[in-house]
Design a protein around this ligand. Structure first.
Ligand code: SF4
Ligand code: SF4
Length: 243
């Protein structure tokens, strides 16, 4: 199976099992836990994802995020390109500051924290409480509506606070040139067909990135669509920062 088929299959699986994994990865449930002095499974999950981002950049967004999967499914069904709305751009940074700030304040306020990976899990299959159902369906609906109104990966582009944390880590790893997954290009081989632009789920100007030989864009989720679609194999993945 080709890389993009595998990626789509993993994303669809991640979406299908979201009703099981949600309590373990939801940032909202994690916050609810901290407000009650509980370290929920989600906190450990996100700390792990952020550590892995020093090696794999934003691959989690490209290969495993259930909300990314939901947006991919909507994009395949309706094919709406991202609508540029510049005044919405600062929103995800604001949400990220509020999110990280709230986590810090809640942790300080809680004093003694206890670890409870079963937080918000009631009895039954899926073992949820009413609050969990409300949060789950609210998130599904919000992401669905945003993707329909703003287009391709609209939620990632304009609202996702986790994406900002991933972007900061990606920027740090790229600046420090930590051996890690990144894109590399051979600009001289480019025929400027712009197939990479149309294939990019994050609506990046990949051809411009190639032309300027600046392939490190914090919005890049390292999905490899541009790598796989390029007819001249101009773009490739690399681990080490060799010229
Ligand atoms: S798909 Fe390849 S050849 Fe076409 S514009 Fe992009 S990098 Fe250049
Ligand atoms: S630049 Fe390439 S690897 Fe990065 S998000 Fe766009 S298509 Fe995916």
């Amino acid at each position: 199976m080709k890389r993009q088929q595998i990626r789509s299959a993993i994303l669809i699986l991640s979406f299908l099992i979201m009703s099981v994994t949600f309590v373990y990865i939801s940032p909202v449930i994690m916050m609810m836990g901290l407000s009650q002095g509980v370290i929920a499974a989600g906190l450990i999950f996100w700390i792990l994802m952020f550590i892995l981002a020093f090696i794999f950049g934003r691959s989690f967004c490209g290969y495993a995020c259930p909300t990314g999967a939901e947006q991919m499914i909507i994009d395949r069904a309706v094919k709406i390109n991202i609508r540029p709305v510049p005044y919405l751009r600062p929103l995800k940074y604001l949400f990220a500051i509020l999110w990280v700030g709230s986590i810090t304040l809640l942790t300080i306020a809680a004093g003694n924290l206890i670890f409870n990976p079963l937080f918000q899990m009631g009895i039954g299959i899926p073992p949820w409480t009413l609050a969990t159902y409300v949060v789950f369906y609210a998130i599904l609906l919000v992401v669905f509506a945003i993707a329909l109104v703003l287009g391709r990966r609209g939620f990632c582009n304009y609202f996702c606070p986790m994406s900002v944390v991933f972007m900061v880590i990606t920027k740090i790893k790229d600046l420090l040139r930590i051996p890690s997954l990144h894109l590399k290009a051979q600009p001289d081989d480019c025929i400027h067909c712009k197939k990479c632009d149309t294939s990019c789920p994050m609506s990046l100007s990949v051809e411009e990135m190639v032309k300027s030989d600046r392939m490190q864009n914090p919005e890049c989720i390292l999905c490899g669509s541009c790598v796989d679609i390029c007819p001249k194999q101009v773009i490739r993945f690399a681990w080490l920062w060799k010229k």
